[in-house]
Design a protein. Structure first.
Lengths: 342, 341
């Protein structure tokens, strides 16, 4: 059994307008998303702004209520858990936020920020809690003395470490990391990525890493979920993602990411997508990607969203699913045999 | 390369704050030729944006002041010009695209009118003709249905379209130099690819020199002919992109390259981050700003900033570690060991 199972998850935000604030439409932020996360695995969730990746993370933790679908954690139904059950579940499910400036209370000392969840869950005596905070600070590469300080006394990278220490306080099994490095400079980003990897080994953590930076996601994840406009378009083992993308959106996304290697850059073929991502309040009918897709056909692409299906090109050794009527297929030697529509 | 457009020599821009002097740019030199793109790469606080603003003399004074150096545009020292003369240079000779297109466009004027304003101001064209040109410029940077779009307000544009409008405004007066300061940082990667495409295309049309300021070594690899790596207000290393990426000599450059996860890595490699935190710009040592974080530091590093050492054709580095020792250290680093194999 997978540790986390997400089935047909939906989150629609109502659009209200007029004096009476009537609901005049919906933003289909997350619209039928399914995937699983195995114990000890890092699953990456990637997509451009507005694709619903952060909302997905929050709905899984029930920081937002779902419009439909289900989430289970270790066999337990998260969406319908009682208040008490939910509190117990939250010990196991934690989150690291993107912005290390906005997510730490500026009026609290760091030791209090990190120890807060211990206090809420009534774990240990005051003294034991302080010991635990000191231990946590050292785990994330800070010193126990730094617990006496306030967040503004730290740099961005150090604040993000404080956020990680807070997430670890209750010994969780599962952590959602929502853009954990995007606010950090390159040199500090690498420190944070290595820290997350070390903590995973040390504490047998399971991660859902949400990020827009494909290089980071691919590096840190075992498998990667690619989202576009509230839907999953591809799920692939991260070793397959770069060499064998199946969905035309994934291909375009990968080709748009610059690689820090001038020679490799000169040799690349870049696919430039036309136009912008459509509004999630009025998503295209059929496949959500069809208005920007070079392979799209009136039938079937504008009729119905294709289901996620396993591609057989990898001989089933590694997981790879694509939601496309005309996915790129690969021969045994790795050459693409795009199933371009006739 | 073509004709020399810009020559910046030992430029220093300092900010005089209540807490002390911030040496945001400290003795920086570089040049730019026609049709060439130079990348200025660095992390936050490295001085890359202030260097660009200093070229245009847009550093707010007070607290900022260009304390030293020269900026020569085709034989004219911009730092010696009057404010009126400088205003002619901005837009006409050198145009700039900023990071956040929403704050650089005026929200209460139509996009077309804002572009036309620049044309009227700098080229003395009539209003009607300028309006016509604005539509043409919008079409040229890839905005479809430009005629209708010119009549819209910035809020009706998406982020990518706003940046296109900014580029249209920048190229409206045929500038010889285009400075792009993190032009795509606020944009998604597929839109970033579109914008980079437009910048490259416009450079081809107008034969301009481009200064691309970014924190992204991938963008530099993609766009630039030459690159300057900055840290703590100093140039650490400069050279052609091939030299700096394949034959880097500065420990900070090694650190940057080793810190980056690569999309095309086949076997997962552990990243080698730069230890420590970014420097406090008020407390920079008199010597190399990277001392304190540099694993190969020696006593002299904190005291004096090393002179430029030429390590190849059009490739220079500032570093106290002796050349042979440097090459030995580099060969032992995981990032370079892997790329040699």
């Amino acid at each position: 059994m997978s540790l986390v199972e997400v089935k047909d998850l939906k989150k629609h935000f109502p659009i209200k307008s007029g004096i009476l604030k009537r609901t005049t439409g919906h933003v289909y932020a997350v619209d039928g998303v399914s995937f699983t996360i195995e114990e000890g695995e890092t699953l990456g969730l990637v997509g451009e702004s507005g694709c619903g990746k952060s909302t997905t993370g929050r709905v899984i933790l029930r920081l937002l209520s779902a419009t439909g679908g289900s989430v289970s954690f270790d066999g337990q139904d998260v969406m319908n858990a009682s208040h008490g059950d939910m509190q117990r579940l939250r010990r196991d499910m934690q989150i690291i936020f993107q912005d290390p400036y906005a997510s730490l209370n500026p009026r609290m000392r760091v030791k209090k920020i990190i120890g807060e969840s211990l206090r809420i869950h009534r774990i240990g005596t005051d003294e034991e809690r302080l010991d635990r905070v000191a231990e946590l600070l050292e785990i994330v590469g800070l010193t126990a003395e730094q617990g006496e300080r306030y967040p503004h006394e730290f740099s961005g990278g150090q604040r993000q470490r404080i956020g990680v220490a807070r997430a670890l306080a209750l010994n969780p099994r599962f952590i959602v990391a929502d853009e954990p490095v995007s606010a950090l400079d390159v040199s500090i980003q690498a420190q944070m990525i290595n820290l997350l990897e070390d903590l995973q080994d040390q504490f047998k953590l399971t991660y859902l890493v949400i990020a827009h930076d494909l290089s980071v996601v691919k590096h840190i994840s075992d498998r990667v979920v690619v989202m576009y406009l509230g839907k999953v378009v591809e799920i692939a083992d991260s070793s397959l993602l770069y060499d064998r993308p199946g969905h035309p959106y994934t291909e375009a996304l990968l080709s748009a990411v610059p690689i820090p290697d001038p020679g490799a850059e000169r040799a690349r073929r870049r696919i430039i997508l036309e136009g912008d991502v459509p509004s999630a309040a009025n998503p295209p009918k059929g496949c959500v990607f069809h208005p920007r897709c070079a392979r799209a056909q009136v039938d079937p692409c504008t009729v119905a969203m294709p289901p996620l299906e396993s591609t057989d090109g990898d001989a089933g050794r590694l997981s790879h699913e694509v939601a496309c009527y005309f996915p790129t297929r690969y021969a045994a030697d790795g050459t693409a045999t795009a199933s371009t529509p006739a | 390369m073509g004709e020399r457009l810009l020559e910046v020599t030992s430029l220093s821009t300092h900010f005089y704050t209540h807490a002390g002097v911030v040496k945001a740019v400290n003795g920086v030199s570089f040049s730019l030729d026609r049709n060439e793109t130079i990348g200025i790469v660095g992390e936050s606080g490295s001085g890359k944006t202030v260097a660009a603003l200093s070229i245009l003399r847009l550093v707010p004074d007070p607290p900022g002041k260009i304390v030293e150096g020269s900026v020569v545009l085709k034989g004219r020292d911009l730092l010696a010009l009057s404010e009126d003369e400088m205003r002619e240079v901005r837009g006409n000779d050198i145009a700039m695209i900023f990071q956040d297109p929403m704050t650089s466009l005026n929200p209460v004027f139509k996009v077309g009118d804002q572009i036309a304003e620049a044309v009227v101001l700098h080229q003395g064209k009539g209003k009607r003709e300028a309006a016509q040109m604005a539509v043409e410029l919008l079409a040229r940077v890839g905005i479809s249905d430009a005629k209708r779009r010119a009549n819209e307000y910035p809020f009706e544009f998406s982020g990518g379209m706003r940046q296109r409008a900014m580029i249209a405004m920048a190229i409206s007066c045929n500038p010889e130099i285009l400075i792009a300061d993190e032009p795509t940082t606020a944009l998604d990667v597929t839109i970033q690819a579109q914008i980079m495409d437009v910048i490259r295309e416009m450079q081809g049309v107008y034969n301009s020199g481009v200064i691309m300021i970014t924190h992204d070594l991938g963008i530099v690899a993609q766009m630039a002919d030459r690159v300057m790596v900055m840290y703590g207000g100093r140039t650490m290393e400069y050279g052609t992109v091939d030299e700096v990426y394949y034959n880097p000599h500065q420990p900070y450059t090694w650190g940057l390259l080793g810190s980056l996860p690569r999309l095309d890595e086949v076997e997962k490699q552990r990243l080698t981050p730069i230890e420590g935190q970014p420097p406090n710009l008020l407390l920079l040592p008199p010597g190399c700003p990277f001392s304190g974080r540099c694993p190969y530091e020696r006593p002299v590093c904190r005291e004096t900033f090393p002179d430029l050492e030429s390590v190849g054709p059009d490739h220079g580095v500032h570093c106290w570690v002796p050349l042979d020792e440097r090459l030995a250290i580099r060969a032992s680093l995981p990032y370079f060991a892997a790329s040699v194999a």
